[in-house]
Write a protein that binds this ligand. Structure first.
Ligand code: ZN
Length: 280
């Protein structure tokens, strides 16, 4: 159908979900700056111009992605791991695989209606990439930088030795030091989902349960750094099929007034998780 018009509804808001939580580091942690530390240690941490630690949205998103990949088997969803050979899941996010099917996709893009394009993408994208995005589709998820709420107002220095990978013993004379942000720092976390599928909500929900129980983030986690947990998880959203939520969304200016509180996060996400595990 050359020249067919896009189906505009594919690109409109139908459902928006905002998840907020407090992310608390139970141990010291570090996200490396790639430079010498402000303490003159060998390895600095990412700090803003005022010297406060930064928890980038990209780091949080990467961690969320790896958590979803870890949980994909338990949930019964597909995850390409960005590597078709390793995962045996064909997905356009794998560069090698995309090269093989790119001509086919370009042909659909040029000659067919948007519905055919979306169907092709659906078929060639793994479930995790449907949430996080791929070279041919925007993901449904946006992860904001962590908003710092509390911290010790100083970075600390740790000494370490270089460990020989084969013998697992310290290499004589090879020492280095690195900065860490002390334990008990606290950030507000915000995840926004645009038109999430039920499966997207199940994946994010399962990751929230995992993070609530405790996980780790950043560098040197094998040395015990970066342990964190979530608390105070809240789910707000707008379902534009619901006339009351729709009016509220359209007639308010502040995000917290436009969105409706969708209640306790645990039963909310447990419902979506049960549905995909039972195959409903
Ligand atoms: Zn994928």
């Amino acid at each position: 159908m050359p020249g067919a018009q896009p189906t505009a509804t594919h690109f409109q808001y139908r459902k928006l979900v905002r998840i907020t939580a407090q992310l608390v580091f139970d141990t010291a942690w570090r996200i490396g700056s790639g430079r010498e530390g402000t303490t003159l240690s060998d390895l600095g941490v990412m700090l803003d111009p005022t010297g406060a630690p930064i928890l980038p949205g990209s780091s949080l998103k990467g961690k969320l992605r790896s958590t979803c990949e870890t949980l994909s088997h338990a949930l019964g969803v597909t995850a390409c791991l960005l590597n078709v050979d390793a995962s045996s899941v064909a997905c356009v996010s794998d560069v090698q695989h995309y090269r093989e099917v790119r001509d086919e996709y370009q042909d659909i893009l040029r000659n067919q209606a948007v519905d055919a394009r979306l169907a092709w993408i659906e078929e060639h994208t793994c479930d995790v990439c449907k949430l996080f995005g791929s070279p041919v589709m925007a993901g449904h998820l946006r992860v904001s930088d962590g908003a710092l709420e509390d911290w010790a107002s100083m970075v600390q220095v740790r000494d370490s030795v270089v460990i020989d990978r084969d013998s697992q013993t310290a290499v004589d004379g090879l020492k280095f030091d690195y900065d860490v942000v002390p334990a008990d720092s606290r950030f507000e976390l915000r995840l926004d989902l645009e038109n999430p599928s039920d499966q997207d909500l199940a994946l994010v929900g399962a990751a929230l349960f995992e993070w609530h129980a405790g996980s780790s983030l950043g560098g040197f986690t094998s040395r015990g750094l970066g342990r964190f947990h979530l608390q105070d998880i809240r789910v707000h959203g707008v379902d534009l099929e619901d006339p009351i939520q729709r009016i509220k969304f359209l007639t308010h200016t502040e995000a917290h007034d436009r969105f409706t509180n969708w209640g306790d996060w645990e039963p909310f996400f447990a419902g979506y998780i049960q549905d995909i595990v039972h195959g409903d």
